[in-house]
Design a protein around this ligand. Structure first.
Ligand code: FES
Length: 105
């Protein structure tokens, strides 16, 4: 069973509302999105051909991949056209103004 750990990602005050921030806890490409006071953490690699979703567009809770327009719900990671295809969604926590991502599951 892989070991899990909480890895520092970014200072919480660097996250802006409606904006996706790329972070690389332990080298993993993760996208943190702050929306209406909540934070969502998803893989920054599209489930189609691994383009970086950070270059995509965010509308409401939907991020659109810049490469071939696949759309994903940032709350669940689900691909809108086929919910069985998902981006990895990461658990996160805030401690003393810092965001940590749970890695290793
Ligand atoms: S790589 Fe994202 S839609 Fe193709």
């Amino acid at each position: 069973m892989p070991e899990t750990s909480w890895v520092f990602a970014i200072e919480e005050n660097k996250l802006q509302d409606n904006f996706a921030s790329m972070v690389f806890p332990k080298g993993l490409p993760v996208l943190l999105i702050k929306k209406a006071g909540e934070i969502y953490a998803i893989s920054n690699k599209c489930a189609h051909m691994a383009c970086a979703l950070a270059g995509g567009t965010l509308k409401d809770y939907i991020i659109r991949c810049p490469c071939h327009d696949w759309r994903f719900d940032i709350r669940t990671g689900e691909f809108l056209d086929a919910a069985e295809i998902k981006l990895k969604v990461y658990e996160w926590k805030s401690s003393e103004g810092k965001i940590f991502i749970k890695i290793g599951e």
